[in-house]
Every structure is written in structure tokens, then in C-alpha cells.
Unconditional design. Structure first.
Length: 441
């Protein structure tokens, strides 16, 4: 019985395999057949992987710290079918815009289990969140403190809030996805004194109930030490705020950022390692600064959905530039996955049929967009390809589809969810009519 190689077994969805005919399968469905049925580019999500990741997070953190919640960060992939699975698995969820809130509502996601993040929520969005009965709102600027106090007052609500603080800790990830350093648009800096001022203002606001503090360092984070360093610093700050303003740290949220494996050379630590590091740091910090142990919430986005998703493309033209490079063009690219262009993110690429056949060639897989920076993977070894071969890139479930655009007036891809040999469409492919729908002719 053929099977995926060792690395691919870590990177592809948990239900992936190789059929007798040499086809990569996910959830019992052959990728090539799904490509024929639903067209390409196509995103396939594996339900078993999503549920397994949810359970590993909830179980892993509960084991390390009993009073813990896992909050799925829906920016990684917002979809009503996914949100229902997230709710069923007992996770909370965060949203960062009115649009993400609409998706949560469409899934009937319980309002009390939602947290509204984001660095610039407007009056309308805050009102929509309060109307839905949102559990928590995490405030990120002095403007938001005043605005939410006003909106909550108008609606006759005392809203539970957390304050996002910035601990000036570098998690050693891409500059564009680093959020908790001093030079950042996110959070109230502890170092500058802004965070202390925010605590004082928010606690004095009649219509806000400050239940805790939050920080998020960035993503993906492959190291553990930045978490414990930041946790210690923020707990020390919490103790100072208790003494100065009577802050009770009932809830503490050290964010998300947990890494995933995109390529075999860089696999992440297990979830239990993050869970142990974080809970040990919270416990020892509370002990050190004389705080009661708070309810702990972590916010994985990428780690819940990345491995579940596989992008599928069809090869078009192949250009061989002697002694320079072989360009393999596919029918997607930066319109459905801008991560390589934006962050130089690396992906594994496999041919969906007979993935390991010899001989191989080193090729650069590029998209169909009118940009030289539009690529999926540089210098990857693949079997010698033909036009119309089907390629797939695993670990595409996070931040590809949600960051997709209609650049060059392309239609965004279809998405299917697979399980036990069945595939169901969870988002249809956009049509030319969709492209025209918002333009006034
Ligand atoms: N919590 C907060 C407040 C966040 O800002 C984020 C991500 C998360 C949680 C979830 O982080 P995760 O566990 O997914 O790493 N587009 C970039 C990632 C941007 C992440 C933004 N914030 C990428 O494609 O790598």
C-alpha cells in the first residue's frame, strides 16, 4: 500500500493518504477527482484535522491549566460551516471587524463566547457587537475607550472589556507579523506608560467593566521564551495596576501565534509545549506578584486551520530558461494566496498524482497574475511536469483564502470540506457576475 512520505504525513491533513492508483487523497477523496468535479483553483478543508486541532488545543491547555479557554481567531479563515465546528468543539472565537462578526452571527455562534479584537473598531461595529450581546470587547486605543463607553451607555449596557497591552517583546518572526514590540500600531505600551493610563481611564468609565488584560506578540512564533518573558512582564504590570487602581485580573489572554509546519525543514513544537510554557509562566508570575490565578484564554488562528487546508491548482504553461530557471505557471497565485509575495512564506508543493515519481526537476511555481512577485514556491523539486497536471500545496488553510483578492479581475476559488469520502461545497467559486455585481455600469 503506497503512502505519503514521512514529512508529508506531518504537513498534509491528518486524513491524507495515497491511493492504490497513486493519487493523494484527503478525507477519502482523491484531490485530482475533486479538481475535476469542482474546478481549480480549489481549496480543500479536512474536517477531521480541524476537529483534531481543536481537541489538541482545548485538551492540551486544560491539562496544563484547568481554568483555560481556547478562542479561535477567525481572521485565519472565517466561514459559517467552520464556525459551527468551532462552536461544537467548545472553543470561543474572536472577530476583528463587523464583517467577521456577520460570519459568526450567520453560524449562530453564541454571543457570550465571542471577543471583538482589532485596533480600530468604529461606532457602527461596536454597536453591532453590543446588539448581538458580545461577551468581550478588547480595547486598543484611548479613542476606543471613550467611544465604547459612549456606545454602551447609549444602549444601557455595562460592557465587559479587556485592554490590549504591548509588552515590547520581539517574538522573532516576520517584521510584518510582529505586533507586540514598542514600535507597533497595536496595544497600549506598558513601557511608555500608556497602558497604565488606559487602565485608569477604562476603570473610571461608567459603562465598561475591565475584566482583564491581553497581549499578542505576533505570528507564527516558533519559540517559547517570548511567551514566558511577556507573560511575566504583563503580570508584573497587572500587580502594579492592582495596587495603583484596584485592577482585578480576572481574565488573562496572552494571544495566539502558534506555529505550523509549512515545509519539512521547519516543523513546530507540539501544542503541549506551548501549553506548558504558558501555564507555567502564568502560575509562577501570579505567585511572584501575589495575584490570584486568572482565567486563561489563548487565541490560535493559524494552528487550528492551516494544516486542514490544501490548495489545488492546474498547471498551464511551462517555460524552461536554460541555465536560469524553469517556470511552471498555475491557474491561481497571489489572488488566492498572497503570503509568498507578502512575507516570502514557503510552501511545500506536490503533484496530486504520483507525487514522488522520478526524475525530478527544480522548478519555480508561479501564478497567473501580472506581477513578477506572484509565485507560490521557489526552487522546489517536483516530478517532470506536463501542462494540465494537478498540483497541490498543503498547509494552505490559514490566511490564504481570507486574504484573497480579485486582482486582475479573477474570481476567488471554490472551497470544499471533506470527510469520510464525501466533499461538500462550503463556498462556491465566484462568477463574472459576482465581479460585476458591485460596479455601477
Ligand atoms: N490574536 C490576535 C490579537 C491576533 O492579532 C492574531 C493574528 C491572532 C490572535 C491569531 O494568530 P495566529 O494564531 O493565527 O498566528 N496574515 C499573516 C498573519 C497575521 C496574523 C494577525 N493576527 C500571515 O499570513 O502569516
Amino acid at each position: 500500500m503506497p503512502q505519503l512520505n514521512e514529512t508529508d504525513r506531518e504537513i498534509f491533513p491528518v486524513s491524507a493518504g495515497l491511493s492504490d492508483t497513486g493519487d493523494i487523497t484527503i478525507g477519502g477523496c482523491a484531490i485530482s477527482e475533486l479538481a475535476t468535479e469542482f474546478g481549480t483553483p480549489l481549496y480543500i478543508y479536512d474536517e477531521d484535522t480541524i476537529r483534531q486541532m481543536c481537541r489538541q488545543f482545548v485538551g492540551g491547555f486544560k491539562e496544563a491549566y484547568e481554568r483555560s479557554h481556547v478562542e479561535y481567531s477567525s481572521k485565519a479563515f472565517a466561514n459559517p460551516v467552520l464556525a459551527k465546528i468551532i462552536a461544537e468543539e467548545g472553543l470561543n472565537m474572536d472577530v476583528v471587524t463587523g464583517g467577521e462578526l456577520v460570519f459568526a452571527k450567520a453560524a449562530g455562534f453564541p454571543a457570550e463566547r465571542l471577543n471583538f479584537h482589532g485596533n480600530n473598531k468604529d461606532r457602527g461595529e461596536l454597536g453591532e457587537a453590543i446588539d448581538y450581546g458580545i461577551g468581550r470587547i478588547t480595547l486598543d486605543s484611548f479613542y476606543e475607550i471613550g467611544l465604547l463607553n459612549e456606545v454602551a451607555g447609549e444602549k444601557g449596557v455595562r460592557q465587559k472589556v479587556l485592554l490590549r497591552v504591548s509588552p515590547s517583546v520581539d517574538p522573532h518572526t516576520h517584521m510584518l507579523t510582529t505586533t507586540g514590540i514598542l514600535d507597533s500600531k497595536f496595544g497600549f505600551s506598558i513601557e511608555t506608560g500608556a497602558a497604565a493610563e488606559a487602565v485608569e481611564q477604562a476603570m473610571a468609565a461608567d459603562n465598561l467593566e475591565v475584566v482583564g488584560l491581553h497581549f499578542h506578540l505576533g505570528s507564527p512564533i516558533f519559540e517559547l521564551e517570548p511567551y514566558s518573558q511577556a507573560i511575566d512582564y504583563v503580570l508584573k504590570f497587572a500587580a502594579e495596576m492592582r495596587d495603583a487602581h484596584g485592577l482585578q485580573l480576572k481574565e488573562f489572554n496572552p494571544g495566539g501565534g502558534f506555529a505550523v509546519g509549512y515545509v519539512g525543514e521547519e516543523l513546530p513544537l507540539p501544542i503541549s509545549a506551548y501549553a506548558n510554557e504558558i501555564s507555567t509562566a502564568v502560575r509562577s508570575g501570579c505567585d511572584r506578584y501575589g495575584l490570584e490565578e486568572p482565567l486563561l484564554t489563548v487565541e490560535p488562528g493559524r494552528a487550528i486551520v492551516a494544516r486542514a487546508g490544501v490548495a489545488v491548482y492546474k498547471v498551464g504553461g511551462i517555460k524552461r530558461i536554460p541555465n536560469v530557471r524553469i517556470y511552471v505557471s498555475v491557474d491561481g497565485g497571489m489572488g488566492d494566496n498572497i503570503r509568498p509575495a507578502l512575507y516570502s512564506s514557503e510552501y511545500t508543493v506536490r503533484r496530486a498524482h504520483d507525487p514522488y515519481s522520478e526524475p525530478t526537476e527544480t522548478v519555480t511555481v508561479v501564478g497567473k497574475y501580472c506581477e513578477s512577485g506572484d509565485y507560490i514556491a521557489r526552487d522546489v523539486d517536483l516530478p517532470v511536469l506536463d501542462s494540465e497536471d494537478i498540483l497541490c500545496t498543503p498547509t494552505s488553510g490559514a490566511y490564504a483564502v481570507p486574504m484573497a483578492s480579485n486582482y486582475n479581475m479573477t474570481t476567488r476559488p471554490a472551497i470544499v470540506m471533506v470527510k469520510d469520502g464525501n466533499a461538500r461545497l462550503i463556498r462556491r467559486r465566484e462568477t463574472y457576475d459576482d465581479l460585476l455585481a458591485t460596479s455601477l455600469v
